[in-house]
Ligand binder design. Sequence first.
Ligand code: NAD
Ligand code: TYD
Length: 355
Amino acid sequence: MIFVTGGAGFIGSNFILDYLSRHDEHVLNIDKLTYAGNPYNLGSLDGDARYHFVQADVADHAKIAELFSRHRPRAILHFAAESHVDRSIHSPGEFIHTNVNGTFNLLEVARHYWSDLEAQQRQEFRFLHVSTDEVYGTLGSDDAPFSETTPYAPNSPYSASKAASDHLVRAYHHTYGLPTLTTNCSNNYGPYHFPEKLIPLVILNALDGKPLPIYGDGQQIRDWLFVGDHCTAIREVLARGVPGETYNIGGWNEKANLDVVRTLCDMLDELKPKAAGSYRDQITFVQDRPGHDRRYAIDARKLERELGWKPAETFETGIAKTVRWYLDNPQWVANVRSGGYLKWLELQYGGKEKS
Ligand code: NAD
Ligand code: TYD
């Protein structure tokens, strides 16, 4: 069995669906089911004997220890996190709880479990920590992309909490020899993405006739990766990554936010035209995010060189799949738009419109 934490979230649920389409190994999904956790994402696994779910907080020591001793996993893949930068600006405490204390707790439990294993199992055990490129801070327009040796310089409470967790993972390998692997990935997009993040928010607001909020001048750059490619990379790192190493994962797709939003509008104009005008008419510049990082870019050559991984999707093919998925899944969309989601939109966007 493998453990997956945060498997009801965006990337974790894509990972579990992808993993179980290729393996017969059992998966235990440990998820607290915060606002971002949606068991509906994994509805297609209902009745599948290989899939197991436990609702638990990764920071709950007794519960996590009990799960390790009962199920004896060969690996843990740690996706669970508070993941949204804007929420980390409003309420950083949750980010420290889950991303820092939660990761620390998993490391402690895993260390004790691992140190009691037989020699062969000890050698094969893996703690794979899923992290972000945001730990490296921000780049100028002429700077080289982030590599695995770029110094950490996190700028938001989210990225600082992820950086702290990465450092703990590093220390547990260095000090105790725990066989850890860390992946630092760029911005993902694709199916099951919660509509607080740029791409799903824009698709759904466009269809609803609402403003498409662009922070600041919209010239901030992100390096976009289709979520299926992230899942493939994680499988490769789990199978063949070297314990103690970190691997950057990216799509070689640097795009300015405004260009991403315009592309989405043009695709929707084609697939679901409005009665009059273009979705571009809904683009609205709003107050910038405090401390907003200007540019992220990932140098993913280590992963390609050492493990042969390359993204299968270009931005054009991945974004076309994504827009079609949102159009084809109105049930999922209706399901995630709860009262809590609407309150978030009011908190984050209410009264911030500039033009
Ligand atoms: P998400 O917010 O969609 O999902 C997070 C999941 O973790 C949810 O199911 C939530 O219920 C669960 N969770 C939160 N707190 C928990 C706790 N205390 N105990 C147990 N479960 C808890 O996040 P995501 O976008 O799927 O990101 C997954 C991981 O990938 C995160 O570690 C994130 O930092 C990292 N990452 C994300 C991106 C991206 O673009 N989304 C890019 C690079 C790295
Ligand atoms: P987001 O999806 O929140 O990811 P991250 O902050 O982790 O990169 O945002 C992607 C980019 O889009 C980021 O530069 C902020 C910007 N953005 C907007 O311009 N408007 C929005 O409403 C949101 C949510 C993000």
